[in-house]
Design a protein around this ligand. Structure first.
Ligand SMILES: CC(C)=CCC/C(C)=C/CC/C(C)=C/C=C/C(C)=C/C=C/C=C(C)/C=C/C=C(C)/C=C/C=C(C)/C=C/CC(C)(C)O
Ligand SMILES: C[S@@+](CC[C@H](N)C(=O)[O-])C[C@H]1O[C@@H](n2cnc3c(N)ncnc32)[C@H](O)[C@@H]1O
Length: 394
């Protein structure tokens, strides 16, 4: 007999396969659906906006939704303020509009619009005296080379997001991001050439400054005697560790052209004890043993689960009971606004790379246990936007 179960149309993709027994939503989903129906009613929203107890909550939600709707515009104001040199021009203090016009090359009337836009998102501030200064956001961006590098780098990500539906549904895969992250996607790591490594390694090194502080404040590496940073890039994280813990013996492992960049960096900027830099693949090569701490910083979320399992099994094989694996990267979650932002941003970012997933701490812990580790602890960082730490024990 033909089925009478109604079928849903799925956008570009035609009919969705239907399970034999339709699952029923639980009470939480039904409650959320009831809430959504309520919020969808203009009359309910008008009431919530007027009642003293709910009005500030309603206003906050309205602003959140406006920020979501207009986020692209804000990002483009940010990008333009950096690209035109507006932010740099204010680095040393207040500047007149005439001076800004000459520094940015903008005609006065267009500059007025740019400054107005930049002021509205907190990048600059204009005084009664006609001088322009950095706003709080502008000051942070101006002082952080990594953040500036990321904002410039977003031009590439946003080009890949030009048809976001095609990116999400998987029909657009030949992305610019995939070309930049030349190791991403299984089996391509041995094809990474020195110039490929240079392109992404410099970006990663620049963006370590805020991240390493977060990690070092959340986990005490001083309890260990030696540390190997696997997928350690050109050594920016180890440099930050050495500044805090001068007695730690350190090593780094990365693809050969990246390990060479780390070696060159340590030769140019010597640390107390020069870290040993090993070149190889963390998937196929035997990893160096004898370190009581192993770190993986922003490494797992570049890879699909099967590759992560292979990597963790290889790491486990190089470790003894009593040693510790520290995994640090932005992780998914729903507990705070920071976690939700990280989930959205890094989830889309790795999708554009063509490989990887932003995982919850529990998902990472579960993969580690599957790879042969015995238990794990979750250590939140101050800013979940930057990282969460999962400490794993053999
Ligand atoms: C002076 C008086 C009286 C009052 C002033 C009050 C005031 C405003 C004080 C300042 C408050 C304060 C401490 C503010 C601090 C703000 C901070 C720390 C802001 C930090 C922002 C960080 C951002 C936006 C970081 C962005 C990071 C990004 C986009 C990282 C991207 C990383 C990527 C893409 C990594 C990729 C790796 C891969 C390939 C996925 O594996
Ligand atoms: C996103 S970067 C993170 C670098 C550094 N840990 C940081 O946080 O700045 C990932 C690193 O993993 C390295 N990597 C990727 N595949 C690898 C492989 N098969 N073997 C060794 N390293 C690899 C990359 O070369 C890159 O340096």
């Amino acid at each position: 007999m033909a089925s009478t179960v109604p079928v849903a149309r799925h956008g570009r993709h035609g009919l969705a396969p239907q399970p034999e027994h339709q699952p029923r939503p639980d009470w939480r989903s039904r409650l959320q659906a009831w809430r959504a129906r309520l919020v969808a009613r203009p009359g309910f929203r008008r009431l919530a906006q007027r009642l003293p107890l709910s009005s500030s909550y309603a206003r906050a939600r309205e602003n959140d939704l406006f920020a979501l709707v207009s986020g692209f515009v804000q990002s483009q104001i940010l990008f333009t303020s950096l690209k035109t040199g507006l932010i740099d021009a204010l680095a040393d203090g207040p500047v007149t509009m005439a001076e800004l016009a000459s520094r940015t090359g903008f005609p006065q009337d267009r500059l007025d619009r740019l400054v107005q836009a930049a002021q509205s998102v907190g990048l600059v501030a204009t005084g009664q005296d006609g001088f322009v200064t950095l706003g709080d956001h502008g000051a942070i961006i101006c002082s952080d080379e990594g953040l500036r590098a990321m904002i410039n780098h977003h031009a590439l990500l946003y080009r890949d997001l030009n048809d976001p539906v095609a990116l999400f549904d998987g029909s657009y895969t030949d992305t610019e991001m995939r070309r930049l992250w030349s190791y991403a996607g299984s089996g391509r790591e041995s094809a990474v050439e020195p110039e490929d490594a240079a392109a992404y390694s410099a970006l990663m090194a620049a963006s370590q400054s805020m991240l390493s502080d977060e990690i070092l404040d959340a986990y005490d590496f001083g309890r260990h005697t030696s540390l190997i940073d696997i997928g350690g890039g050109e050594g920016a994280f180890l440099t930050a560790v050495a500044k805090r813990y001068s007695g730690l013996r350190m090593s780094l492992f990365d693809l050969p052209p990246v390990a060479k960049r780390a070696r060159d960096r340590f030769a140019a900027h010597p640390l107390g004890q020069c870290p040993r830099c090993y070149g190889g693949s963390f998937l196929d090569d035997t990893l160096p043993r004898g370190h009581d701490c192993v770190s993986l910083v922003r490494v797992l979320f570049d890879h699909e689960d099967a590759v992560v399992l292979r990597l963790l099994r290889n790491v486990r094989a190089a470790m003894e009971p009593g040693q510790t694996l520290v995994i640090a990267e932005p992780m998914a979650g729903n507990d705070s606004r920071g976690q939700r932002y990280a989930t959205a941003y890094f989830g889309v970012y790795v999708m554009a790379m063509g490989s990887g997933r932003c995982r919850t701490p529990d998902e990472i812990g579960a993969l580690a246990k599957q790879a042969g580790f015995s238990r794990f602890d979750i250590r939140p960082c101050r800013s979940p936007l930057m990282a969460t730490i999962v400490v794993v024990f053999p």
